[in-house]
Design a binder for this molecule. Sequence first.
Ligand code: WTA
Length: 653
Amino acid sequence: MSKIESILTESRVFNASEQLKKRVALTESDIAQLYAKAGKDHVGFWSDLAREKLAWSKPFTIGLDDSNAPHFKWFSDGKLNASYNCIDRHLETKSDKLAIIFEADDGKVVRYTYKELHDQVCRFANTLVAQGIQKGDRVVIYMPMIPQAVIAMQACARIGAIHSVVFGGFSAESLRDRIDDTGAKLVITANAGRRGGKIIPLKKAVDDALEKGGDHVRKVIVFRRTNDDVAMKAGRDIDWYEAEAGMSNYHDPVMVDSEHPLFLLYTSGSTGKPKGVQHSTGGYLLNAHVTNEWMFDLSEQDVFWCTADVGWITGHTYVTYGPLSVGATILMFEGVPTYPDAGRFWQICQDHGVTIFYTAPTAIRALMKFGSELPSQYDLSKLRILGTVGEPINPEAWIWYYHEIGGGRCPIIDTWWQTETGAHMLAPFPVTPLKPGSCAKALPGIDAAIVNESGQALEANEGGLLVIKKPWPSMIRTVWGDDARYQKTYFPMMDTIKDGASCYVVGDSAYQDEDGYFWILGRVDDVLNVSGHRLGTMEIESALVSHPKVAEAAVVGRPDEIKGEAISAFVVLNVDIPTEDSEQASLVQELRTWVAKEIGAIAKPDDIRFGTNLPKTRSGKIMRRLLKTLARGEEIVQDTSTLEDPSVLEQFK
Ligand code: WTA
């Protein structure tokens, strides 16, 4: 509740300047027309856009097939290729235009024109085919943030293989789970990556992952990012350049059905293992394309920098696919915002003339700590649009971003969306009046609402469940290998309300104010949002429990100024709780390192407390509300009478 109140006190509205209104492609009246058209004919609206914005090798005649709800097909009798749409169709008019500007961790810059990108993608596509990869095969990509990651993704798309990018920060165990779930035939990796002046080994994690799993993996292609030695397993591992030797720069893209899966991307859920979110080709690409145009006013003249790693959905839609489909220039950066100092982001914006900059609130808050001196040393005058994603942005950070980075001239586009939605769902257009902390309204063709558990619409300012009531082209198609989970997680009202089979339940709570602006309150399930990344409490708990000394564990989030949420773990040991402080500290360290190894460094608990039992109800359910209160260091005022053993609370304090 305190969160609702603090947001409600935010009443500032920032209107677009006349100058900005003149500069952007879409005027207020264009936008009103988009809404009017979408309101009148939902399917016709999306179908017309799909014809206008994408190149089809076989035009579609069916807009939406909803005969098997909650499974929806868009443009299902049409054929296209995502890589053709991102690259080939631009070659005639802009083969010499820059597609990618890459700045390495050490400052070295490499540029790729659309023609060069085409040649590289084709050569790698031919390489994949030569390694036995065909349409429909899964390929896992575990790479640093370098152009070869984009090339690998585009090459998969080109041959109709389904890629699944695993974030390079995930551990060997997490990687193995994902490789096994996809049944991938091939893994693409690098020997190592460079971040913040350090070498981060990657190939080693692939070796560890494949030692105990991944029997279906036949080949591993290894890109040598550094000169460090890398162990290569004979018969399985191949060097990227050796594999490419003799391959042609030309590859005829494989045209696939609009519904053919373009990729799988794993994301956290509240229970069980991560879900392989399956996206389509045509529908996904359409929303990726139009949201880049609508929200960022992206055009061929821009240099667009989305700081997200390709291991997350943001790196798919706003690095690899959307901006290239529009024909823009993207910037990719290998390193971290604070190396060699905390001015790195601003230096890159200056040096490459970045016009649109898209990052996460956690990065803004972290950089804000260093003060306004640093950004003021750089020429940021080319910036015209700023974006944020991943979690609610607190008004203080919004205002800092707006003034210190955007010079008071750039709208802040707060974009709400999810891995499952594929692209922006709630967000302002550049000319929309902005309220710091709100992601404004649902986009044209996105039917969002706030409802209660029985699906009834709520009044303005009433908090409830955020739902999307009509299917949209870039929506998740299913959970890979677990369709029951897809239906249960996202369409829980399927059997209980009318039209429940098309009512997508987001998993966030939110409210709409009297102007119809959405304000996100947070997740409704037990999923944490750490530095803009979704982490399931379940995964972290099972990682802790897999440690030999741990019997039980519960993990909750607590507010953290920089990371959004910090991770607090409550642990029951199957040995005695160490009595010496130093012993306890070293066990805490041991468990943190353990979790980093099991899942990845981002999942490391920030604090760990020990007790002899977890606070449970008599029916055995862990009372997370109480743990959250404890994690925040607040007094417990909740009713504890249903607790099995109230004394455990004292231990955890
Ligand atoms: C949260 C990231 C508030 C939300 C693209 C959502 C946000 C989850 C925003 C999805 C925002 C994302 N304001 N909250 N602008 N953007 N979220 O799948 O809880 O990694 O459900 O996708 O992040 O996280 P995911």
